[in-house]
Every structure is written in structure tokens, then in C-alpha cells.
Design a protein around this ligand. Structure first.
Ligand SMILES: C[S@@+](CC[C@H](N)C(=O)[O-])C[C@H]1O[C@@H](n2cnc3c(N)ncnc32)[C@H](O)[C@@H]1O
Length: 200
């Protein structure tokens, strides 16, 4: 087993044991509090028993699937070593290959936080990844995008992503605005989008 995977598996087991004791370890910064305290619970209520995809896994997102008590939750990360932090339905894949793993119009929501500019970097890959996201979202499905509007993470900001033009700006779950800077220090922004309903 690769060393990083072994280490992350041990970390996930330890954190899981602490979680079970009620001692959750995580980030306490305002951006995480907003995400974990308001946005994800509200999105979970919206999604209900639907299918949600969380892109990008880390030790501090290990329990994010638990927000979605009724939904089917898939996770996806290009780094195989992050698998221990994924859900039971975890996919090791690049976001550019989303359509190989999820059927068209099958997802009710996609949460993509800290991936744009954090490995998903080249303009071509970014456009492919979000075009695939659009294809896999059902009409009316939601995209929650989290990104950092500071160099080097904002080389391709959402405004410059052509594929996102297929989505409408939407209000962030639990808030009444399309976009929010959740942490000034690193300009961590959340932005919400919705795929247009199909015309009858
Ligand atoms: C900074 S972490 C973000 C983790 C989490 N989503 C969050 O809320 O902070 C970035 C993660 O995105 C993954 N990642 C980067 N580029 C990716 C891509 N093109 N496809 C899938 N995952 C990617 C990395 O492997 C890493 O685990």
C-alpha cells in the first residue's frame, strides 16, 4: 500500500474514533463554520433523498457526507490517497472525467470547494470539468462552488469559465445571495449556480 494512503487511512481511523466519541476535530475558521453550519445543512434539505456529489476530499471533510442524511452521497478525488476521507461511494477520478462515472442528468447537486485553482488549474481542464458537471446535473440541479480569489488560486476565476455560462446564478443554500466572501484572509468565496429547468 502506498505510504500516503497508509498514513491517511490511519488519520481517518483516528478521526473516526474521535468523531464517535463526540470530539469532532476540524477547522474553526469562519468559512468552514458557514459551510458546515449553514450551507451544507440547507443544501441537504434541498436535496432530500437525491444524489449529491462532493468533489475533493480532505481530513476535515471526512464527515461532510453525514450532512446529507437522506441523500445518496458520492465523493470524487483524483488523488487515490484521499480515498479514506471519501464516502462509501467514492470515485478516484479526475473531475474532467465526471461523465465516465455519472450518468447524464443524474446528480441533484455538486459541491466543488477548493478544487478550482487547487489542482484543477488549466483553462482547458477547467472548462471540461464544469461542462461535465453541467451534463451530469439534472435540470434544476445545483452547483456550489468554493474558490479563493487570490493568486495563485484565481488564475481562472468562475467568470472566465465558459461552461458555467450554461448555469444560472442562484442563491447560496441558507443565504439570500449568489456569492459571498466567507473568509477575508484568503478570499474564500462561495458561489451558487442552478441548471435551468428543461422546457416542456
Ligand atoms: C484543497 S483540497 C479541497 C478539499 C475539500 N473539497 C474542501 O472542501 O476543502 C483539494 C482536493 O481536490 C483534489 N483535486 C484537485 N484537482 C482535482 C481534479 N482535477 N479532479 C478531482 N479532484 C481534484 C485534490 O486531490 C485535493 O484532495
Amino acid at each position: 500500500m502506498p505510504a500516503r494512503l497508509k498514513t491517511y487511512r490511519a488519520v481517518a481511523n483516528l478521526l473516526g474514533a474521535l468523531d464517535a466519541l463526540g470530539w469532532r476535530v476540524g477547522y474553526r475558521y469562519g468559512d468552514r463554520q458557514l459551510l458546515e453550519g449553514v450551507i451544507l445543512p440547507s443544501l441537504a434539505a434541498d436535496v432530500g433523498a437525491g444524489h449529491v456529489l462532493l468533489v475533493g476530499c480532505a481530513w476535515y471533510t471526512r464527515d461532510y457526507p453525514e450532512f446529507f442524511t437522506r441523500a445518496r452521497v458520492s465523493t470524487l478525488d483524483v488523488d487515490p490517497a484521499k480515498s479514506p476521507f471519501g464516502s462509501r461511494r467514492h470515485v478516484v477520478a479526475d473531475m474532467t472525467a465526471l461523465e465516465r462515472h455519472f450518468a447524464p442528468a443524474s446528480l441533484d447537486a455538486v459541491v466543488c470547494n477548493g478544487v478550482l485553482g487547487w489542482g484543477l488549474d488549466s483553462p482547458g481542464d477547467i472548462d471540461t470539468a464544469f461542462a461535465s458537471t453541467v451534463a451530469c446535473l439534472r435540470p434544476g440541479g445545483q452547483l456550489l462552488l468554493g474558490w479563493n480569489d487570490i493568486p495563485p488560486y484565481n488564475a481562472v476565476p468562475p467568470d472566465a469559465v465558459t461552461a458555467l455560462e450554461a448555469l444560472h446564478p442562484d442563491t447560496i443554500p441558507g443565504l439570500d445571495q449568489h456569492s459571498v466572501i466567507a473568509l477575508e484572509r484568503n478570499q474564500h468565496c462561495y458561489q451558487a449556480f442552478r441548471k435551468p429547468e428543461a422546457r416542456s
